[in-house]
Design a protein around this ligand. Structure first.
Ligand code: 5RP
Length: 271
């Protein structure tokens, strides 16, 4: 692997721990103004310093992130469909490699919808993106998307999708946690991170999912809603960081979350 590719990957997967906390705020590219992500800047600003990298579209980046940020950018470059359209899987490339480099992205991200009528189109788009990325040292992160079919998130489907993504050249794969996740991770020859999926009922649920994913072979998370749809998103991302980078157990992470959550409250009371 060339220096540029290695260097970019090291901005995502931190060399100190071999782990990654990615913050995903790319949902608007097909969902529009998602709950708690209505005003991008408002959601991103308090969280960005706690993320190892930030995943978003070029429009969100240019409009809503300070260009002086030191947080590395993973650019979502697939899209072209919406939640009210015919199929979420009917995606193409929405950003050139040239623009990704202009924006100083450390990686580009693309969804693949394996098993859909658009599978071939998605996979060929991904392979072409890999060709372009490898030429200039930009890693491709493949997202094993399920669209509206959340029930598809099982071990057999995710193992299949992750393995295909890696075989076609993705340097990192983003997938979902599932029962039997160890098989998904162990049969994927490149590092995987997990998405959080729709907001879980409790904080502990999110901490347990993160802890188990790491224990079973994920290198980290690329999480969105379970962080920024939480009423205390900063406390949430700090606790997730502690699990990912310090192997904190879920119950300890919950204590950390509660403590962080009450920080401002007790500071206000003292005044
Ligand atoms: C959408 C994505 C999102 O970035 C991904 O789903 C992560 O966010 P969340 O944790 O909210 O699921 O790739 O296709």
């Amino acid at each position: 692997m060339d220096w540029g590719m290695k260097n970019r990957i090291s901005k995502i997967i931190r060399p100190e721990t071999g782990r990654a906390v990615m913050l995903a705020v790319d949902h608007g590219y097909f969902l529009g103004p998602t709950r708690d992500l209505e005003v991008l800047k408002k959601t991103i600003s308090p969280l960005i310093t706690y993320a190892d990298s930030l995943m978003l579209t070029r429009g969100a980046l240019r409009s809503s992130v300070d260009s002086q940020t030191t947080t590395p950018i993973v650019l979502r470059v697939s899209g072209g469909s919406s939640v009210i359209g015919e199929s979420l899987a009917n995606e193409g490339l929405i950003t050139s490699m040239e623009d990704a480099i202009r924006l100083n992205a450390v990686a580009v991200a693309i969804s693949i919808f394996v098993g859909t009528q658009y599978e071939k189109q998605n996979l060929l788009n991904m392979a072409e993106l890999v060709n372009q990325g490898e030429r200039v040292g930009v890693p491709v992160l493949a997202v094993t998307a399920v669209g509206k079919e959340l029930g598809k998130r099982d071990q057999r489907f995710l193992s299949l999708s992750c393995r295909i993504a890696a075989e076609l050249g993705a340097r990192i794969v983003k997938t979902y946690y599932c029962d039997g996740f160890e098989k998904v991770a162990s049969t994927c020859p490149v590092p995987c991170v997990i998405a959080g999926g729709p907001k879980l009922e409790t904080e502990l649920d999110a901490f347990e999912m993160t802890y188990n994913a790491i224990k079973k072979g994920a290198v980290g998370v690329d999480m969105g809603r379970n962080i920024w749809q939480n009423p205390k998103p900063v406390a949430m991302i700090k606790a997730i960081r502690a699990i990912v980078h310090e192997n904190m157990k879920p119950q300890e992470a919950l204590k950390l979350y509660e403590c962080e959550k009450n920080l401002k409250k007790s500071a206000a009371k003292k005044k």
